[in-house]
Design a protein around this ligand. Structure first.
Ligand code: 1GP
Length: 240
């Protein structure tokens, strides 16, 4: 089971290293192999806006070349495929848009069941990052202000009380500013579920500080997608 594998990885390595691949972009089998060989613990796949019809084909390429779990991180109910090991079943808890709190999930649930994908229930929180991002625009929601640690803590605890297995704090892909370290630490000290952190993390040093602050899983998207060979440096920084 992917969930047990992730919990074991976090326990053994301190923090897990996730790469996010955007199926809106071309992905080669060689880059997937290189990312796995260089220390990624899992590959997330998804995007808030995909401007082509290649989602299933790209999932197939990723799954057939990956030696680590492939986990869908869906931008909506259309991003479900059998070429994955699990799916982050997210609810955009920081938003007040019913579409991403519950409607997309209701559309996707029977398809996920039919495909027998492992489900990883995840509370998804968008954190203010200095400029608007695709996910903010597409979800039509307001992010949690960077300085409002109490609001971020309360949303994370809500995810836990709903029985969700993870809470994912995202500054959004390509964010100017990543999730603040002090917010990560405050949540780490407040909830019991693992914390996934992503969005705008550009250097191994930045990734290391997220892990040290308390991130259980650190997600790197853009930087690795453009330079898969950097995976080793990020893996070394994120793992203890
Ligand atoms: C976005 O957390 C991910 O959902 C990754 O963001 O592409 O900025 O690394 P980046």
């Amino acid at each position: 089971m992917v969930y047990q594998y992730l919990i074991k990885t976090i326990r053994q390595k301190g923090s897990a290293f996730f790469t996010l691949l955007d199926p809106g972009d071309k992905i080669t089998g060689d880059s997937v192999k290189s990312i796995c060989k260089n220390g990624a613990d899992a590959i997330l796949v998804g995007g808030s806006f995909i401007e082509n019809s290649d989602f299933i084909e790209r999932m197939k390429t990723i799954k057939s070349n990956s030696t680590v779990p492939v986990i869908i991180f869906p931008g909506g109910a259309t991003q479900v495929s059998k070429y994955a090991d699990a799916i982050l079943f997210t609810s955009l808890l920081s938003g007040r848009n019913p579409e991403y709190l519950i409607s997309e999930q209701v559309k996707a649930a029977p398809i996920i069941k039919g495909l027998k994908l492992e489900v990883l229930p995840t509370g998804y929180l968008l954190i203010e990052s200095g400029a608007s991002t695709s996910v903010l625009f597409m979800s039509n929601t307001t992010p949690i202000p960077r300085s409002k640690l109490d609001i971020a803590k309360s949303h994370s605890l809500t995810a836990q009380y709903f029985g969700m297995k993870f809470v994912y704090l995202d500054a959004g892909s390509g964010a100017k500013q990543s999730v603040p370290d002090e917010m990560i630490t405050a949540i780490k000290n407040y909830v019991d579920i693992p914390i996934i952190i992503g969005g705008g993390i550009k250097t191994p040093e930045d990734a290391k500080s997220k892990a040290k602050a308390g991130a259980s899983c650190v997600v790197i998207g853009n930087v690795i997608q453009k330079n898969p060979e950097l995976a080793k440096k990020f893996a070394d920084a994120i793992h203890k």
